[in-house]
Design a binder for this molecule. Structure first.
Ligand code: SAM
Length: 251
């Protein structure tokens, strides 16, 4: 069977974003964090994908951005986009694991990470990345979050096996406090960020993926897994979303 990572890259590198989110949400989040163009900022976008956030941050802030992802294919798309938009000077790219970042202590004013920290785990990530923030620096991170205290068995079981660290916002805020951050704001992504901005465009790319891979078993398996995820989201969307956490380094 073809390498499923290669197939996933082929499906997702053609997308504007590799996870739920939205340009308007980024603007809202910057407002909640009270980030403006007044100050020159040093920012790192960890797990940047093809740069949905890096590009918006570069446009909206007075910032130098380092965009990090471990997939060179995504980084190349981001580089091409940045060049097209005249933003190459503001965005540096780095192919690197989020678990082995080569940064200096207190290098950044802002760590931004959307839909990516689960790859190393929220608790581990927020603890390890804190060293790279300046005193009073900001962490803005999104994380799969339960929206209710209880939920149906099917969706509980699915997330328990996919990402056992999923929890409620209050629990995630507790993790941030224990790691030495002061939580500033919590917000969760509304439905259109999942459906209109992420899943519907993905559904339109399924036929292209299948065609490029001559309907291979591997490509079919990738499409089926994505369809299952979409179906679960559509049926259980009131129970989970990406929570966006804004927190200041204090200790
Ligand atoms: C769900 S996507 C989100 C991408 C982007 N932030 C967005 O919202 O469109 C997760 C990203 O994390 C990257 N990633 C996964 N594991 C990683 C790791 N260990 N180190 C660096 N990047 C990683 C993936 O390549 C992917 O681009």
């Amino acid at each position: 069977m073809e390498d499923s990572l290669k197939l996933l890259i082929d499906l997702h590198k053609r997308a504007k974003r590799q996870g739920p989110g939205g340009d308007n949400e980024i603007t809202k989040i910057l407002g909640l964090a009270q980030l403006t163009q007044d100050k020159q900022l040093n920012i790192v976008d960890i797990g940047c994908g093809t740069g949905s956030a890096s590009i918006v941050l570069a446009k909206q802030l007075n910032a130098q951005i380092t965009a990090v992802d471990f997939l060179p294919e995504f980084i190349q798309v981001l580089k091409d986009k940045a060049e097209k938009e005249g933003l190459s000077e503001k965005i540096d790219t780095l192919v690197c694991s989020m678990e082995d970042l080569p940064f200096s202590r207190e290098e950044y004013d802002l760590i931004w990470s959307e839909g990516a920290i689960y790859n190393m785990g929220f608790e581990k990530g927020v603890n390890e990345w804190k060293q790279f923030l300046k005193p009073d620096g900001l962490l803005i991170v999104s994380e799969i979050t339960w929206l209710t205290k209880e939920r149906p068995y099917e969706i509980q079981k699915y997330w328990d096996s996919e990402y056992p660290e999923i929890d409620t916002a209050s629990a995630k805020i507790g993790v941030l406090e224990n790691a030495g951050y002061s939580p500033i704001s919590y917000y969760y992504l509304p439905e259109y960020c999942w459906l209109d901005n992420y899943y519907r465009p993905m559904q339109k790319r399924f036929s292209g993926l299948l065609e490029r891979h001559e309907n291979s078993q591997g490509a079919q398996a990738v499409v089926e897994a994505e369809k299952k995820e979409i179906d679960l989201y559509e049926r259980y969307k009131e129970y989970f979303s990406y929570g966006v956490y804004i927190a200041k380094k204090v200790l």
